[in-house]
Design a binder for this molecule. Sequence first.
Ligand SMILES: *[C@@H]1O[C@H](CO)[C@@H](O)[C@H](O)[C@H]1NC(C)=O
Ligand SMILES: *[C@@H]1O[C@H](CO)[C@@H](O)[C@H](O)[C@H]1NC(C)=O
Ligand SMILES: *[C@@H]1O[C@H](CO)[C@@H](O)[C@H](O)[C@H]1NC(C)=O
Ligand SMILES: *[C@@H]1O[C@H](CO)[C@@H](O)[C@H](O)[C@H]1NC(C)=O
Length: 832
Amino acid sequence: MRKNIIWILAIATSCVLGGRLRPRNYDTHDFYALHLDPTTSPSELATFLGLEHDGQLGELVDHHIFRAPKDGRDVITDAVEELKRRRRKRNALEPSILDGILFNQKQKLKPRMVKRDILYPELSDIASDHVLFPRQDAPPVDSAVVEQNQIRDALEIRDPVFQNQWHLFNTRQPGNDLNVTGVWMQGITGKNATVCIIDDGLDMDSDDLSPNYFAIGSYDFNDHVEEPKPRLSDDRHGTRCAGEVSAARNDVCGVGVAYDSKIAGVRILSAPITDADEAIAVNYEFHRNDIYSCSWGPPDDGRTMDAPGILIRRAFVNAIQKGRNNKGSIYVFAAGNGASSDDNCNFDGYTNSIYSVTVGSVSSENHHPYYSEKCSAQLIVTYSSSRVNSITTTDVGKNECTSSHGGTSAAGPLAAGVYALVLQIRPDLSWRDIQWLTVMTGVKFTDDSDWQQTGAGRFYSHQYGYGKMDAWAMVEAAKTWKSVKPQAWYHSPWIHVKHEIPQGDQGLASIFTVTEDMLREANFERLEHVTLTMNVEHTRRGDLSVELRSPTGVISHIATARKMDDKAAGYVDWTFMSVAHFGESAVGNWTVIVKDTKVNEHTGTFTDWKLRLWGECIDGANQPLFPLPNETDDDDHDATVTAPVATTSVHVPSETEHVAQPTDHPSRPVNSKPPASTTTPFEPPITTSPSPSAIPDESFLPSPFPTFGVSKRTQIWIYGALALIIVFCASLALYFWLARRKRLRNNPRGDYEFEMIDDQDDDGATRQGLTGSGGARRGKNRRAGELYDAFAGESDEELLSESESENETYRDDAPENFREKHDPHVVGSDDE
Ligand SMILES: *[C@@H]1O[C@H](CO)[C@@H](O)[C@H](O)[C@H]1NC(C)=O
Ligand SMILES: *[C@@H]1O[C@H](CO)[C@@H](O)[C@H](O)[C@H]1NC(C)=O
Ligand SMILES: *[C@@H]1O[C@H](CO)[C@@H](O)[C@H](O)[C@H]1NC(C)=O
Ligand SMILES: *[C@@H]1O[C@H](CO)[C@@H](O)[C@H](O)[C@H]1NC(C)=O
């Protein structure tokens, strides 16, 4: 009864509020997103430009949408340019209303984001076709079945397929589930929490979803109507995800993790969308939608590198600062299904954002499902589909159910559901508390990965994050969780490296030392996220990999090589992220090591990097909010470095050496180092001995080499020694060559045992400080850049344009376009 009243109220309110968003038709009109100075009146500006003011851009203060009848031009940029021209001519500076425009972007439709589901045959089809999809699941364990029935009866769950929802209670592999039923038994079922599914719609007429449907929090940004009703034949994904979270406890299909939570739907995946609309969508009703579940992203094809545009990034920051009445909206993203194409969730700007919780999959048998991506930005995994089992959930239709939902798409919503349970008892927790709770209660469940012990005393794996989510453990911890203080940050200056990257097992290391003073000045107490923005020039992006070592020796593989990624570009102001450093102190040497794993004709240069540390502040009363991101945030490449930076070649074990040992090495955490370790985090520079893994097991020698009639081991020894001698001579030659080059660059230094380039020493003035070095410094950098560009030659340009035309079906140019201006290649070729 109460529910009905709320529902009627909801409908009434949405009718009253209806038309808050003016429908946009991109066939007939152009739309502009503007950021205005707060003193500029949008309606006056609209009149001045002959445009219509469409209202504020969602929840972004001082951001507005203007519309005009469709026209090929960008009338606002044209007007601003025209003003500049007039001013130059007249040399006068009379004020203009156009000066109030801080940012202007004509909106264009971008390709749809890709849903991260994997389609499996329905259970009924499997029964009839064993050959196509052999299903070898274990039989149910009797005691578990008994327990499941008791729980079902105690909670009066009458949903017909509850028994098949193994992710909620697993009778075949007992314990391999979300461990949620003990939470329900305490009456914690998601009451008062709202999850919004941003997807391809949500069937609010489904009998399984209508009892929990939250109309006010819902909208269709594809067809520009209030209800997120699925309209296309393949608009099933959002409804399935919604069922996992909030399918009602009734006589339809199964139940959701938080079956008394409210569920909203925001439809964006069923047609191309603009950045402005996506920005509005991810902030939609952000005081009433608590958690946003997003099971989509750029293609997981192992070659895409794409991040949300500036408006969308602003919307995310806006939401974690203001959403949920300033406690911060909670974003959950599916990690991605591209593992078999070597894809990695750090190449996706949604999953590698510090503002989103990235969730991967684990199979019902506690294995890695072949599709689930790994990355240092992944926080946690939950159960999802594998070749044996998939997820049973609500489907589109009045009384429909599917047994074939899967992929990381199905993992993310389960985490969102658990967060709804947490918010029922602790609605006061912030977005960072939620991440902390996830870190502190994740469960390490297998030895089959690169687990390392972290500063927070937890185990972290790039494949499984902090392990699998345990709803019971998380809710128990939430009951007494002390909220963390506001977020502080420390950003390093750009650290210039400008050094060629060696190929093969060598890595190029650059160190930045964080001091206690730097952190104190930044009001920074305890580390949470680390982001690293970097520029690497390369002729084949997929050959590169990057690792980051913290002062205590925790290793983040922030970028991994990708066999499919042929793009003739390196990284251009790309920001990678790691969650592996939660709980560290951050003081000491941070080492970034760039590798070019493939010995081939594709080479490159590590240009520069910038370390950003995010965490808990010291003094909460004096901590401002982080400013909204800005297109010019990464433009300060010429700012100088304040701490010693050494660039040197180090031996780095290859990626495969980090990968899980077979299970006969049980509990040894690979790569873990005691947090208090004071040893240097990597082996001595220029270690050139071939790594053991480089020696193939079978035939060590190709036929033209004499074998000396000795054993394979001895041959290895002889050839190893020979190789060492050759490499030693080569290094010596390289040393002298580089030393000579350095002398040519007027560097008086020569007191090193190994090759070391200290970029600062190129410019004595840098030592003195940050400010005022502008002109001279910039000139110098440009010269160095030109030197490199001369080396790079014209072939790069060819490759660049080639790959651009190749990429027409799905472009990853929108974010790269705006970064392009920083690309030394582009600058260089323009100059020519
Ligand atoms: C970007 O930041 C700069 C300096 O912080 C500021 O002057 C500028 O107005 C900002 N731009 C926008 C669009 O907010
Ligand atoms: C699961 O929840 C129960 C309480 O229902 C708890 O006792 C147990 O420790 C949790 N974890 C596992 C792995 O069972
Ligand atoms: C739901 O939230 C409202 C307002 O935030 C609060 O007054 C109420 O007690 C909450 N109900 C439950 C069951 O937690
Ligand atoms: C940190 O790096 C500097 C070089 O940049 C080096 O001199 C120093 O010994 C390193 N400290 C530690 C603890 O490794």
